[in-house]
Design a protein around this ligand. Structure first.
Ligand code: 4NP
Length: 157
């Protein structure tokens, strides 16, 4: 059985689709695509069905990453479907856990920044209302955190 990762932000059009597609890129580089599966979701329904934000796509493209996917909302079923759920910020973390009524799945939910090795951020900043540099920053931070995450996930395979 493949190990399943779910990346979660608010809208599922900026940060979590970036994390998903960066991680898949790293996984494919290491020939692990049949062993690790990635998906992403948003805690809100604001952008359900939408493609990743064009500004986020442009920032990812500069690093050779194409952002694929359509926004969907996080649901309770995801707690069972995934092995590890990565929250981009503290609000995401809280909103995910608020759906875990019986407190069964807390061990599966982690902060994405816990895996960063070169950045000291504790949250992936929301770039939505800011300028282009915020999108570039998100990509750089996620490249670092995905690298650290892959090192940890490989220990679980
Ligand atoms: P994301 O960014 O959570 O990284 O996808 C946002 C997308 C949309 C909104 C906020 C953040 N919004 O308020 O619509």
């Amino acid at each position: 059985m493949a190990y399943k990762l779910l990346f979660v932000c608010l809208g599922n059009i900026c940060r979590s689709p970036s994390a998903e597609n960066i991680m898949r890129h790293l996984i494919e580089e290491e020939d692990l695509a049949d062993q690790i599966i990635c998906d992403s979701a948003g805690t809100s329904s604001y952008h359900v069905g939408s493609a990743p934000d064009r500004r986020m796509q442009a920032a990812a493209r500069k690093k050779g990453i194409k952002l694929l996917g359509q926004s969907r909302q996080f649901s309770r079923a995801d707690f069972q479907d995934f092995d590890l759920i990565l929250a981009m910020d503290n609000d995401n973390y809280r909103n995910i856990l608020s759906l875990d009524r019986k407190g069964e799945y807390g061990d599966k939910v982690k902060m994405m920044c816990d895996y960063a090795e070169n950045f000291r951020d504790t949250e992936v900043p929301d770039p939505y209302y800011g300028g282009d540099s915020g999108f570039d920053y998100v990509i750089d931070l996620l490249l670092d955190a995905c690298d650290g995450l892959l090192t940890e996930v490989k220990k679980e395979l």
